[in-house]
Write a protein of this length. Structure first.
Length: 160
């Protein structure tokens, strides 16, 4: 069975991430969406909230597993018995960072192959931080995130 791991902070999941996950789910038997626990970034949503939002956003895709991890991605890939990682490439600016991560992971675990899917054009400029900022400043984030994520962001920002 072919398995691919899609790691990220998903704070929160956006339509850009969902685009990558749904395309990967057609290429592999199983996609493991792996949420990084101990990011250096200050989290907006807790790990449990992020996982719940991913679950609720991906009800249409059956061949996925949602998990969290900390420590090295190279070790996590090994632990899951997988060898392939997928990442989305939005613009040239992603390339250098992604290249560095792919090579570091390969150095740490030579079995790991990283594959890249080019982002669909409508999501090329999207990031979780941008979505949070637009929402914070009162902008409309419809079209960036699923409805359920939009409502949860607005709830956290303005009712919490
Ligand atoms: N569509 C929309 N947004 C996307 C996207 C896509 N297809 N792909 C990435 N992004 C956005 C994210 O929303 C995020 O936005 P933000 O910074 O505003 O929150 C940003 O791009 C960064 O992407 P993300 O996928 O969350 O990656 P990351 O850089 O936070 O984490 C890990 C990358 C988890 C893979 C990496 O940190 C990791 O492997 N960590 C484990 C430690 C380790 O092994 N280190 C050594 C190897 S580097």
């Amino acid at each position: 069975m072919s398995t691919v791991i899609y790691p990220g902070s998903f704070d929160p999941i956006t339509l850009g991430h969902i685009d990558i996950i749904s395309r990967a789910s057609r290429m592999f038997d199983k996609v493991i969406v792996a949420v990084l626990k101990n990011s250096t970034k200050k989290p907006f949503f807790s790990i449990d909230e992020r996982i719940e939002l991913i679950k609720e956003s991906l009800t249409d895709i059956k061949n996925i597993e949602i998990d969290s991890f900390d420590g090295l991605l190279a070790d996590y890939v090994n632990k899951k018995g997988a060898t392939t990682v997928v990442r989305g490439l939005r613009a040239m600016s992603d390339f250098e960072y992604e290249f560095q991560m792919a090579l570091t992971n390969k150095h740490l675990n030579p079995e790991v192959e990283t594959i890249f899917l080019t982002s669909s054009s409508e999501y090329m400029y999207l990031s979780s931080g941008m979505v949070r900022q637009v929402a914070e400043l009162g902008g409309d984030i419809t079209g960036f995130v699923p409805e359920i994520v939009k409502n949860k962001i607005l709830e956290k920002l303005f009712k919490g």
